[in-house]
Design a protein around this ligand. Structure first.
Ligand SMILES: [Zn+2]
Length: 252
């Protein structure tokens, strides 16, 4: 806790602005408080993510808040029941500037009940919409990174952020070379450290996946501190580059 406070002060002292590139504000008990606290800690913007029809609709509403943006889409868990929502995504994104991408979408092979072929089909459908609209996708991958990489290459995805990246450093580098962002969650591990080491700062985003993983969007501050340490960079320089990466990808 003490550490969190010192990073919090650091972010204010250096005047840097951070972005939580992926969280689920609709799952907070009171998202207005979460947004207010984040703002006070120097979080410039928050990108909240859909994944089902319900969470996508909730995210659209929450994106009315200042400096909050949303991505909407159907994740593998929703492929069986919510796949018809996919046909509505294009119209919603087209008419709302605060909806800045399609996500989270992808493959989750830890959900054995959801047929892999169905997963690929709905994933690709959403990729095609993103390409047509020229918006980024936010990729969810669990136990499926090889197939996810195959699909984004085969369907020539232009803009993507790999949320909660589960791959290794070789895969991370390969994706970074294609211009995608690799998003680092607030959990330190030696594999993640190798991934960060292999990447240039210009390919990195930070996220909290809160409240599912992190407690709040403020947790990105600690992750940026960790990345700065690994990259032997100042907190301020790392924060600046990481924030620019996310602003550029989502055009915010
Ligand atoms: Zn998530």
């Amino acid at each position: 806790m003490q550490e969190q406070v010192s990073y919090k002060i650091a972010s204010q002292e250096f005047g840097v602005e951070l972005i939580d590139a992926h969280c689920h504000l609709d799952l907070f008990e009171d998202y207005e408080i979460a947004i207010k606290d984040a703002r006070m800690a120097g979080i410039r913007a928050i990108i909240t993510s859909g994944g089902s029809r319900k969470s996508s609709l909730a995210s659209i509403k929450i994106a009315n808040e200042d400096n909050v943006f949303a991505v909407i889409g159907i994740d593998p868990q929703g492929y069986e029941n919510d796949a018809d929502f996919v046909s509505e995504i294009a119209k919603i994104i087209h008419s709302n500037k605060k909806i800045v991408g399609i996500g989270e979408i992808g493959l989750d092979y830890k959900l054995p009940k959801v047929d892999k072929e169905l997963q690929k089909k709905v994933f690709v459908e959403q990729i095609e919409i993103a390409k047509k609209l020229d918006v980024p996708i936010v990729v969810h991958s669990r136990g499926a990174i090889e197939d996810v990489i195959k699909i984004v290459q085969e369907f020539e995805v232009n803009k993507a952020m790999f949320h909660f990246f589960e791959g290794n450093e070789v895969q991370a580098k390969e994706l970074a070379e294609r211009g995608y962002l690799i998003s680092i969650p607030p959990i330190e591990s030696s594999r993640r450290k190798r991934v960060i080491n292999a990447l240039g700062l210009s390919s990195i985003a930070v996220e909290t996946d809160s409240p599912v993983v992190g407690k709040s969007p403020i947790d990105v501050i600690k992750t940026v501190g960790w990345i700065a340490e690994i990259k032997v960079s100042s907190f301020k320089d790392a924060a600046f580059v990481i924030t620019q990466n996310v602003k550029k990808l989502f055009s915010i």
